[in-house]
Design a protein around this ligand. Structure first.
Ligand code: GUN
Length: 283
């Protein structure tokens, strides 16, 4: 392997230490950042995520509430809980774990969260503010990608970034954040012809499609930065990304591993958003 490893865990630990310092400072003004997490149903992966979020709150000195609701909870009951949390002063951030059961309309739920408590950055107003470059709570995984680039000295300014994937959670927002950081951005997706050829033009490749090992070594320009957002489970139970790590790491200049690259950044950026929401209250 010739590429340098982008150590998400280490960078995430650094940011958590910074957050901890800020929390200590806020305490003197009587404010403790607070996060409410809502989980509807028993999806095993979601249960793990929610547990990790509560643990992060505990580690960083945040107030936290976890609402575990049955899979039969009605949309009206969920909206009523969100309404209560919107009005609760001890809660600065609200996160509804996705996916939701089929009978609940995701959009109605996201729209119901107060914009100033939208620590996922999924509310249409948060998205709109991000697009026009106004102050906004930014979606966590995309914001984590930008932090990884900047904190390894790989500023996107003036670079050609190729994003593979156009989801609302990662592909689209990370493209806009890269643009905001002055990259020239190409967004690719399932209908893009000559994907490998486009990818080879990139100084920065961000893979977020959910296809195991899609991005091969010969898709990478020598020395490029490769950010792998994919988390795929292989038949043998092992995790792998959207990038063929063994191949790509022989060509790239920098690369994120899976696990241990982008993954650890997501919850850390959620904590950062909750702190920011609490600081908004402190103004
Ligand atoms: N499920 C998978 N990723 C996410 C995320 O970033 N936020 C929420 N709320 N649910 C998710």
């Amino acid at each position: 392997m010739s590429a340098k490893l982008i150590e998400g865990k280490k960078i995430s630990d650094q940011i958590r230490a910074e957050i901890k310092d800020e929390v200590a400072k806020l305490k003197s003004s009587g404010i403790q950042p607070g996060l409410a997490v809502i989980l509807v149903g028993e999806d095993p992966a979601s249960q793990v995520y929610v547990r990790n979020k509560a643990k992060a709150c505990e580690d960083l000195g945040f107030y936290s509430e976890v609402h575990r609701l049955s899979a039969e909870t009605s949309q009206a009951e969920l909206l009523e809980l969100i309404g209560r949390l919107n009005a609760q002063d001890s809660v600065h951030g609200i996160l509804v774990q996705l996916p939701l059961p089929k009978h609940i309309e995701e959009k109605a739920v996201i729209d119901a969260i107060a914009v100033e408590k939208d620590v996922d950055g999924f509310h249409p107003v948060s998205v709109g503010n991000m697009v026009i470059g106004d102050d906004a709570l930014l979606p966590c995984t995309p914001a984590g990608v930008i932090e990884l680039l900047k904190r390894t000295g790989n500023s996107p300014a003036g670079k050609h970034a190729v994003v593979i994937g156009r989801s609302n959670i990662v592909g689209k927002p990370v493209s806009l954040l890269l643009l905001r950081e002055h990259a020239t951005v190409t967004i690719c997706h399932s209908r893009t012809p000559n994907l490998a050829e486009v990818s080879r033009q990139a100084d920065i490749v961000v893979a977020a499609v959910g296809v195991p090992k899609l991005v091969k070594g010969d898709w990478i320009k020598p020395g490029a930065v490769v950010i792998d957002v994919g988390v795929n489970r292989l038949p043998d139970g092992k995790l792998c990304g959207d990038v063929d790590f063994a191949e790509a790491s022989e060509v790239a200049g920098w690369i994120t591993p899976v696990p241990g690259g982008v993954g650890p950044m997501t919850i850390t950026m959620l904590m950062k958003n909750t702190l920011k929401a609490a600081l908004g209250k402190a103004k």
